[in-house]
Design a protein around this ligand. Structure first.
Ligand SMILES: [Cu+2]
Length: 170
């Protein structure tokens, strides 16, 4: 019964979202040069975040993921947690090949980053899993993402949402 109510609520809000998304899509077509969904590199202390993006959600799916690169100038650190006002829960995931079946699982202790080994989060690998989206993630919008490192470094960034196709081309 709970599921039914949830679906119903979604159906009621969909036309509003669809109309809004339509407008944005139209606006984007006039000047599509990639600049609207680029992420300016952010440096916090010795940590640099670059090329962050979140994948637009598909249909009624309540989950999506965010990706990006993190470099550290000296020493090492760990990305230990993340959160966003756009989703109920955020987990740090990796993809594993389990006897030929690709699965996702939470990485305990978070993602390591060191001077020698930048952290690469990308489709099919490490990713920031957005679970229980409050609204569909539409391309050409942004989400706020809060990142917490083991060292105590914390930063809040605006991550562009990109469609599946732009995801592939970057
Ligand atoms: Cu995942």
């Amino acid at each position: 019964m709970k599921t039914l109510l949830f679906t119903l609520a979604f159906a009621l809000t969909t036309p509003v979202w669809a109309a809004k998304h339509g407008d944005m899509h139209h606006g984007k077509q006039s000047g599509h040069d990639g600049s609207t969904h680029s992420f300016p590199a952010v440096t916090v202390g010795s940590i640099t975040l670059s090329n962050f993006k979140a994948r637009a959600s598909i249909g009624q799916m309540k989950n999506s993921a965010a990706y990006g690169q993190i470099q550290i100038q000296d020493g090492s650190d760990r990305l230990v947690s993340a959160s966003t006002p756009s989703a109920r829960r955020v987990e740090l995931h990796e993809h594993i090949n389990d006897n030929g079946v690709m699965r996702m699982r939470e990485v305990e202790g978070g993602f390591p980053v060191s001077q020698d080994k930048p952290l690469q989060m990308k489709p099919g690998g490490y990713h920031i899993m957005l679970i229980g989206l409050y609204e569909p993630l539409a391309a050409d919008t942004q989400i706020t993402l809060d990142l917490q490192f083991a060292s105590g470094t914390q930063t809040t960034i605006e991550v562009p949402v990109v469609g599946m196709q732009q995801m592939m081309h970057h």
